[in-house]
Design a protein around this ligand. Structure first.
Ligand code: HEC
Length: 130
């Protein structure tokens, strides 16, 4: 009987520990600071088509350093606003995706409408700049 109590104590202790390690992770993903914004679905669609090969996991380390779609939600609001502005800027000028990638992947070249989606989104994160 003593042994049984001991085992159940260990078991519930393990469950308690498991609960402890699981809770913070879900809390982290569900509770973002109010002005930190996840990427909207229409923007993500353009990213997936034109940018994800390099800027989203498993992607390219070199490209994910300066701009990582997979860790976007952890960027500060200031960083999100600045990056989104660069995203709009680069896409508009045809600097991203890189020229060679565009030549080899014509289907990934963002259309005018795609670029407008990116820039409209950037403008919502940079209310003063527009
Ligand atoms: C073939 C891979 C590739 C694709 C596809 C690609 N990029 Fe990049 N991108 C890079 C690399 C490599 C860098 C880092 C070196 C550089 O700045 O040239 C980069 C850098 C960037 C930066 C960082 C600028 C900075 O310094 O803050 C932004 C923003 C960016 N890309 C946006 C985009 C957007 C938007 C798309 C899709 C429309 C895209 N990229 C598609 C490879 C890619």
């Amino acid at each position: 009987m003593k042994k049984l109590i001991k085992i159940s104590a260990i078991l519930s202790g393990a469950l308690f520990l498991a609960a402890l390690t699981v809770t913070p992770v879900s809390a982290q993903t569900n509770q973002k600071p109010a002005d930190q914004k996840a990427i909207p679905a229409d923007v993500m669609k353009v990213f997936d088509k034109s940018c994800a090969a390099c800027h989203k996991d498993p992607g390219m380390k070199f490209a994910q350093g300066p701009f990582n779609i997979s860790t976007w939600d952890n960027y500060s609001p200031e960083k999100q606003a600045a990056k989104a502005k660069t995203v709009c800027n680069f896409a508009t000028k045809g600097k991203m995706p890189p020229k060679k990638y565009q030549a080899n992947n014509p289907g990934a070249v963002p259309t005018k409408d795609d670029i407008k989606i990116l820039c409209d989104w950037a403008a919502t994160l940079n209310p003063v700049s527009k």
